[in-house]
Design a protein around this ligand. Structure first.
Ligand code: ZN
Length: 491
């Protein structure tokens, strides 16, 4: 469909302008850039919602014998068309206007530690999100309509058992670690500064080693690390540097390289087709977390990368062993801030947001009870309570732009990555041994075949089942975490 090709090109141009905005653009260009991006977005929306597209989809749907790629294309286009046409235009405009206002009041409220400054705008955003769920439609739960925006087919019925499994295993594990008297000594990390130039060199070397093609992409610096760009021949990722500690930069590098490898591995025979796109946020996050955590935070990876760390930071590594590096990149501790959380506690931060969003959208929790409900859940599941709203309910930007339903995809990424790694290991043998020798190709090739090359031909949960033999489950992740925490802390 020629319309899809043009929509894809619009998306590619927006991707490049968005990258430029975060990485290169001079400050005075902001207002005009907003105009450019808004025009592209409106143009895309107009082209997607013409009656002609609706007729083409209906015609294609009546020809039932298409290949799996054709069926995938039709499913995705139908879904985008329905989502774009079910919302009244006035509602879309009103939500865009309200979002700009609401981000401003959230920013101020967070700075001043004063929830009341954000209260009215958040109340309206929750209300609009409930309305949106009504426009989009749902079978069992209004929240399902919003979850489906970020991962196609996702629902409360699918997520409840996943979070239940995580909660039952993680809560006791974290409690056991927090009660330990003797924890590994990681004070060596803060004895010397970590020069930025050396961090950049190591970031580049590691990204190259795990397989990113720098002839088809770039590494840059930005305040908020991300992976963007326009197509598999032009993938742009960023990281940020802090001379007090290097892990944000290096593990950020592995995270964004994971996203970037996925983009570079998309099926080129499906260029410009929806089925050739990456498959939703959960699967995307599985690829970033695979390289960042499952590979990057393993003892094997610390052993392999150790000589590189020593080469780039000779003073910092005097008297340090690979085992000490491994301990330092895996410190488990219940903390208040999601983006700083470790692998063990991270999913509980997400579970808390998931439970709260479900209640807010279903009308079981109202905005005035939200800040305390937040703190109570932190106390219940992580054993800590925030003394400020800034470090409590105001910490994340997501709700200010109405992204209810987004958070769970972070946890799905963790679960999928463990399940995929387990399946890969059955096919290609011990990944630890390969990683220890710096052989990353077999694992990347497996992901290329089973994840990247499959685009979004199947819905995410069916895609995971095709790759691993099972629908998404918490078991592989739970086992991985219990094993790792056991080895690190002896609990
Ligand atoms: Zn990510």
């Amino acid at each position: 469909m020629v319309q899809m090709r043009e929509l894809d090109v619009i998306g590619q141009i927006s991707g490049l302008l968005g990258w430029d905005q975060e990485v290169m653009m001079p400050p005075k260009a902001a207002a005009m850039r907003a105009e450019q991006l808004a025009w592209l977005s409106k143009e895309g929306h107009t082209r997607m919602t013409t009656p002609e597209v609706g007729e083409l989809i209906s015609a294609a749907e009546s020809e039932v014998n298409g290949s799996e790629v054709e069926q995938g294309n039709i499913r995705i286009i139908r879904d985008s068309y329905d989502k774009a046409t079910k919302k009244p235009t006035e509602f879309v405009e009103e939500k865009a206007r309200h979002t700009s206002k609401s981000i401003v009041s959230w920013t101020e409220a967070r700075e001043k530690n004063d929830f009341s400054l954000f209260r009215d705008d958040l109340a309206k955003m929750i209300d609009m999100s409930r309305q949106l769920a009504g426009y989009l439609g749902y079978e069992d739960n209004p929240y399902d309509a919003l979850l489906d925006l970020y991962e196609s087919g996702l629902s409360v019925a699918k997520l409840d058992p996943l979070f239940q499994g995580l909660r039952d295993s993680s809560v006791p594990l974290i409690k056991a670690v927090s009660e330990l008297e003797n924890k590994p000594d990681c004070s060596w990390v803060h004895k010397h500064p970590w020069p930025k130039a050396s961090q950049e060199a190591l970031s580049q070397a590691i990204s190259e080693a795990i397989g990113f093609d720098f002839q088809a992409g770039r590494r840059d610096e930005s305040t908020h690390p991300f992976c963007g760009g326009s197509n598999p021949d032009d993938v742009r990722w960023t990281t940020r540097y802090d001379e007090k500690e290097p892990y944000g930069a290096i593990y950020g590098t592995m995270h964004e390289t994971g996203h970037a490898l996925y983009e570079q591995g998309r099926p080129r025979d499906l260029d410009f087709q929806p089925a050739g796109e990456a498959n939703g946020l959960g699967v995307h996050e599985s690829q970033s977390r695979l390289w960042e955590n499952q590979v990057g935070r393993s003892l094997a990876f610390c052993e392999w990368s150790f000589p590189m760390w020593q080469e780039h930071f000779p003073a910092n590594f005097e008297g340090v062993t690979p085992e000490m590096l491994w301990q330092a990149v895996n410190q488990v501790e219940a903390t208040l801030i999601r983006v700083e959380a470790d692998e063990a506690t991270y999913n509980l931060h997400i579970m808390i947001r998931y439970e709260i969003e479900k209640k807010l959208i279903n009308g079981e929790l109202e905005v005035d009870d939200l800040p305390d409900a937040w703190d109570d859940m932190y106390e219940e599941f992580l054993g800590i309570r925030s003394s400020t709203r800034t470090e409590g309910v105001l910490q994340d930007i997501h709700w200010s732009f109405g992204a209810f339903g987004y958070f769970p995809t972070y946890t799905l990424g963790n679960l999928y990555s463990a399940q995929l790694l387990q399946a890969a290991e059955k096919d290609i043998g011990s990944i630890d041994e390969q990683v220890r020798r710096g052989e990353f190709t077999p694992l990347l090739d497996w992901m290329r075949t089973h994840v990247h090359a499959r685009g979004s031909i199947l819905e995410p949960s069916d895609h995971i089942e095709e790759a691993t033999g099972e629908q998404p489950k918490p078991d592989a992740f739970v086992a991985y975490l219990a094993d790792k925490i056991g080895r690190l802390y002896g609990v």
